[in-house]
Ligand binder design. Structure first.
Ligand code: PEP
Ligand code: MN
Length: 333
């Protein structure tokens, strides 16, 4: 946004008044005088009319928005089966196994998640695996096991859709479709998933900028998604000490400045269960509207991501430490 000035001598006063509204500016000089102030994109959202009303402002120029549909949803929580995720809503706990392995395993997981205060069950029926020889999920039949387990425990369902071909089937069973990190810019898949008209959990690509992430959300909204919940799950870094590098700066930016719904996945960020709880707490402190955490009734037997899966007791401990279901989370905004 560009704010032009009536007189260069107004620059200091107008800049101070804009700053008081949460707008950070840079001076644009012609010759040696400031003729206009450029409002930085990381500033607060302020109605142009409020800026035009400042004495000394001659005009406000707004660049065409790159993600207008998303911008219009600022401050609005996303509805997932009657549950709200985002600004002003209590933080949500989404949990479940990495992979749906059997009807019994996912039913037991659902009971554990429910007992811990979770409201959405996660679990992969279709799994993106780096190795073609690794367990890739039970596919379509696992969707039914997941749905039955969630219904029995009174939970909503989120699960990943890997291919355009499977969107219809996944949308039949899931309340929210997950787009995995590896597919954040698979534009054909984004279009197909958006067309299902459901809310989408959009994981950040492991090397994606925030702007690229926002534009992928715009693709989903253009195609017809009912809302987008962002999920920060860590970036690929130079350091193998943790599986990924959790970008809490981006979480704070989306939650507090852009006021877009964002949850954090400390499990894939850490890659090891002993770091999941501290990262979860840090994520909520940064403003995240919820967590997505992997758990397993018996992590030693997990067919994928066992090292980062919490056992039932640890999930209950994490939920307790993060005050899920308590007045503290209910009162968050
Ligand atoms: C997952 O949540 O199951 C998953 C594969 O995560 P990501 O896409 O973040 O790697
Ligand atoms: Mn996993």
């Amino acid at each position: 946004m560009l704010v032009t000035l009536r007189h260069p001598s107004d620059a200091d006063r107008v800049a101070a008044q804009l700053q008081a509204l949460g707008l950070w500016t840079e001076r644009l000089k012609s010759d040696t005088e400031t003729r206009a102030l450029l409002v930085r994109s990381d500033s607060a959202h302020v109605e142009p009319r409020a800026i035009e009303a400042i004495d000394g402002v001659s005009a406000v120029w707004i660049a065409p928005a790159t993600h207008p549909r998303l911008d219009a949803l600022t401050g609005a929580p996303v509805a997932v089966r009657g549950l709200r995720i985002g600004h002003g809503a209590p933080a949500v706990l989404i949990s479940g196994p990495c992979s749906v392995e059997s009807p019994e395993q996912v039913a037991e997981s659902a009971r554990v998640v429910r007992a811990a205060g979770g409201t959405i069950l996660r679990g992969g029926a279709y799994k993106p695996r780096t190795s073609p020889y690794a367990f890739a999920g039970h596919g379509n039949r696992a969707l039914g096991w997941l749905r039955d387990a969630a219904d029995a425990a009174g939970l909503a369902v989120v699960t990943e859709v890997l291919s355009e071909r499977d969107v219809e089937a996944v949308a039949e069973y899931a309340d929210m479709l997950q787009i995995g990190s590896r597919n954040m810019q698979a534009f054909g898949l984004l279009k197909a998933a958006g067309r299902a008209g459901k809310p989408i959990l959009l994981k950040r690509g492991m090397a994606a900028t925030v702007e690229e992430w926002l534009l992928s959300a715009e693709h989903l909204l253009v195609a017809g998604a009912s809302g987008v919940v962002f999920c920060e799950r860590g970036l690929r870094s130079f350091d193998p000490s943790t599986r990924n590098l959790l970008d809490l700066g981006a979480v704070a930016l989306l939650a507090n400045v852009y006021r877009l719904p964002i949850v954090v996945d400390p499990s894939h960020a850490a890659g090891r269960r002993d770091l999941v709880r501290p990262l979860a707490r840090a994520a909520l402190a940064a403003g995240a509207h919820g967590l997505i955490v992997e758990c397993h009734p018996n992590p030693a037997e997990a067919q994928s991501d066992g090292a980062q899966a919490l056992d039932p007791q640890s999930l209950a401990g994490l939920a307790d430490a993060c005050h899920f279901g308590s007045a503290e989370q209910e009162g968050r905004s």
